[in-house]
Design a protein around this ligand. Structure first.
Ligand SMILES: CC(C)(COP(=O)(O)OP(=O)(O)OC[C@H]1O[C@@H](n2cnc3c(N)ncnc32)[C@H](O)[C@@H]1OP(=O)(O)O)[C@@H](O)C(=O)NCCC(=O)NCCS
Length: 164
């Protein structure tokens, strides 16, 4: 099976997407296209030769409050920056039919590379994720994401992504 990562389009069949989390299933089935059309977030899908969606992630511009950021990192930044520009990897999921075959890693790395490319023209300090539960947190920990204790969000500095 050959799978590619492309922008979400109308022709893609997302009606049967199932990752085990209703929230994430409903999002791609019912909401993602609307958010793309309203310029709220970009959505990239992993599709097979029949244009069936087997995985997806979303990206949007975002910021995190300076006080949310870890002290040792925040203190190196000029105090005038009360909000730090970030890219939000809002959602990421793989269909149950292909889980455990490296596709989660494939779309995560695609999201990180894309974020790095964006940050080259519009600076951004990190990629931020908001893991849905502890399992998701463990998934991101493997790739070096750092937990922000106050919000439960996690971030990966753009500097680290550059070195990956
Ligand atoms: C998390 C998820 C994206 C992983 O997708 P996947 O295709 O099964 O993952 P991969 O096969 O690419 O695995 C990559 C690595 O992550 C590990 N991994 C996979 N799922 C994991 C989980 N839930 N927790 C911890 N580690 C996990 C794998 O063991 C593998 O590590 P290894 O190479 O050392 O063996 C997928 O299980 C999913 O869609 N889960 C539901 C939604 C979710 O949790 N999204 C994440 C953030 S909201």
């Amino acid at each position: 099976m050959e799978l590619r990562i492309v922008h979400l389009e109308k022709k893609h069949d997302k009606s049967k997407f199932t990752c085990g989390y209703e929230l994430l299933d409903n999002y791609i089935r019912k909401q993602a296209r609307q958010d793309v059309n309203r310029d709220l977030s970009a959505c990239f899908v992993l599709v097979d030769n029949h244009d069936t969606v087997k995985g997806y992630y979303t990206l949007s511009a975002n910021s995190i409050k300076r006080e949310e950021f870890l002290d040792d990192l925040a203190k190196k930044l000029p105090p005038s920056y009360t909000e730090l520009p970030t890219i939000l990897l809002g959602r990421l999921a793989i269909d149950e039919s292909i889980k455990g075959n490296g596709y989660g890693e494939k779309i995560l790395l695609d999201a990180l590379n894309r974020s790095l490319a964006i940050s080259e023209s519009m600076d951004s300090i990190a990629v931020v994720v908001d893991p849905i539960d502890e399992k998701a947190q463990n998934f991101y920990l493997q790739y070096g994401f750092i937990l922000l204790p106050t919000s439960g969000k996690m971030f990966l500095p753009m500097k680290t992504i550059k070195e990956m």
